[in-house]
Structures are given as C-alpha cells and as structure tokens.
Write a protein that binds this ligand. Structure first.
Ligand code: SF4
Ligand SMILES: [Zn+2]
Length: 353
C-alpha cells in the first residue's frame, strides 16, 4: 500500500477509486447480462439461466464497499422503473427453449431483496412470473444478509408457490477479521448465521459464496481460510460456491495489482481447497467457476496448465467427483509449493507473477 493511503480507512480508499469511475449509460430495458449454463440439481445436470438485473446497484458498494468488487459499475446510470425491470426479465426469458427445465439465478450487482434496488412491486412481478413458468424448477436470488427477513421471505415464497427458493449470500469468509480488513464487507459472520437460520425456518435453502484470496493475505493463509470457512458454514449452507478473486476494474484490488502488491490465487490452491473440503464434507455441494482463469487478472498457474486445471475444476463442480482433480500435474506445481511457504513472509505481496 502506498504511503499517501496510510491515514485513510479502507472504505475511504475504495470510495476514492469509485469516485473516479464513470457508469456508461445503457438501456434500462436490457439486463446487465444474462446467459445460460449448466448446474447440478438433485443429482442431475440441468440448464441454468443467470440474470444480472440492471438496478441502482449495491448500496454498500456505492458508498465504498468491497475491495475486489467492480460490479457496482454495472448498475444503471439512471434509476430503472418497475416496467424496465419486467422488460429485463422478459428479455432474459426469451433465451429459454419451450420445454426445458431450468434453474434461475438472479443477481442485481447488489441485493435482490433490497427494496431500494428491486421495489416491492418489481419483486412481486418478477417472482410471480417465475413462479408461474412451468419450465422453472428452482429460483436463487443473491442478497446481502441484512435484507433476509421473515417478511421478505414469506412474501417471496407466496409469489413463487411451491418452487424451491434459495438465497445466495456472499459471505466470502467466516473470519470477521479478514472480511473486515481485507474485504470491507460490512457485516459479520453472525449476521450471516442469522439470515441463514431465518431462511431455514421458512424452508429456504442457503448458498454461500466464499472468496479465495482477498488482498493482504498470503497464498497459504488463503487456502487455510477457505477450508476453515467451509467447515464453519456447513451447518448453515446447502451449497458452497468458491469465487477465485480476480482483478476487476476500478477496485482497490486492481490498484494493489498494478502496484505489484497483489496476485490472484493459483489454481493449484483451489484444487487443494476443494479436495480438503469435499473429503471432509462429501454431502455438501462444492462449486467453483474459475472466471478469467489463465489471464493475469484472473486465477492462474503457468501458461501450459491453467486451461486444463480450470476445466477440471469446472468438471468437478458439475460432477462433484474428486477423481477429476486427481491426476493433474505440471512443473509449476513446485513453484506454487514454494510460494505457499515464502508468501507468508511478504504479507501476501506476490513473489511470482
Ligand atoms: S461484493 Fe456485493 S456487497 Fe460488496 S460491494 Fe459488491 S455487490 Fe456490494
Ligand atoms: Zn503449470
């Protein structure tokens, strides 16, 4: 970290960076993104439709927020109204075939259950439409834990009927210290537990996102943190999804990376973490999609093996079969072993690219 940042809080540093970014104007009738994919559901591989609604954005991120998050720049330049949001939904649903079974994953670059982002009218409109659509087998909505209340869940369940409903929370780590000092997430592990318990009582499942290697921790600490976090959240989570920290534009992580004070995680690290977590908890779903794998801004090993290892991680996520991670090898694994030992001495500043 450069000297002139020494007196600033981490939130002030993130906010400084945010204030220098511009949000590009684009139509509010089109979602930020929507795409189809595949996921495990009740033991079968089924289609998924991910929708990132364009909203006013995450209230926490707009006030500074998380050190690695560039999603706030995906928000709308001007507030979308309820009809804009329904148009975004309908546009996304056009991607589905007539008779396919599908899981819908809703993101907003913030919190679906924040009424300032998705109004109560839009919440009703979106969930009622999804509830009535026979192709849709399950609905997952991402939210910060403070918006998971009895009334929000009761209302949502009323709209989706008897379809499985899941909340997805970006807890990132069970360590309050790392969440506070490396991520600046603004809530505690207890807040997450409370949300997940409210959900459980209503028959709503919880998917938890963990973050491998936020800034200011070493490669070895990052692996230990993910494995410990997974152990800690098992009672509160049906699915664990591990995001590998990547360098997004307009973030504190990007600033550190440009200053050579941050390197995204090695793919060997996630392989080690998945093996440890899945062996310990065979029944829990462990997923990871190594977004941007192989690039300098994304999680990477060496150029020779990054693609193969990333594909193996994706295959594992769809099969939950640890054997796909068994026979991976490359010369760079030795370097990674060394990094794990030496990185601890540099407080997470990279010793290799
Ligand atoms: S990571 Fe989530 S909570 Fe943090 S700023 Fe981004 S959208 Fe908001
Ligand atoms: Zn390699």
């Amino acid at each position: 970290m450069t000297n002139n940042n020494n007196n600033k809080s981490i939130n002030e540093m993130v906010l400084d960076i945010r204030n220098r970014q511009r949000i590009k104007p684009s139509s509010n009738d089109i979602p930020t993104a929507s795409w189809k994919g595949k996921d495990l559901f009740n033991g079968d591989i089924v289609s998924t439709l991910t929708i990132i609604f364009k909203t006013d954005g995450c209230y926490w991120g707009k006030a500074g927020g998380c050190t690695m998050c560039g999603y706030v720049y995906d928000s709308a330049a001007e507030s979308p109204d309820d009809s804009n949001l329904m148009n975004q939904l309908n546009k996304s649903l056009e991607k589905l075939d007539e008779n396919e079974d599908v899981i819908i994953k809703i993101f907003t670059s913030g919190s679906f259950l924040d009424p300032n982002e998705i109004s109560l009218v839009s919440r009703k409109g979106i969930l009622t439409t999804l509830g009535a659509d026979q192709r849709i087998k399950k609905i997952i909505v991402e939210t910060r834990p403070e918006f998971v209340t009895n009334s929000a869940l009761e209302e949502s369940l009323g709209y989706v009927g008897n379809k499985p409903f899941e909340i997805a929370i970006g807890l990132e780590t069970s360590s309050d210290k790392i969440r506070l000092e490396s991520i600046n997430k603004g809530y505690t592990f207890n807040d997450f537990i409370q949300a997940s318990e409210i959900a459980k009582k209503k028959g709503v499942t919880t998917k938890t996102y963990l973050l491998l290697k936020p800034p200011f921790i070493s490669e070895g600490q990052a692996i230990n943190d993910i494995v410990k976090s997974a152990n800690d959240i098992v009672p509160y989570s049906e699915t664990i999804s591990i995001n590998l920290c990547n360098v997004q534009k307009g973030t504190l992580v990007e600033r550190l990376w440009e200053n050579k004070e941050y390197r995204p995680p090695w793919l060997w690290s996630i392989v080690e973490a998945i093996k440890a977590i899945k062996s310990e908890h065979p029944d829990i779903l462990v997923m990871s999609d190594p977004v941007g794998a192989g690039s300098e801004r994304g999680p990477h090993n060496c150029k020779e093996c990054s693609k193969t290892v990333a594909n193996a991680i994706r295959t594992f996520s769809q099969t939950q079969d640890l054997r796909v991670l068994e026979n991976l090898s490359c010369d760079c694994k030795l370097t990674w072993e060394l990094v794990k030992q030496l990185d601890d001495l540099t407080y997470g500043s990279p010793i290799t690219v």
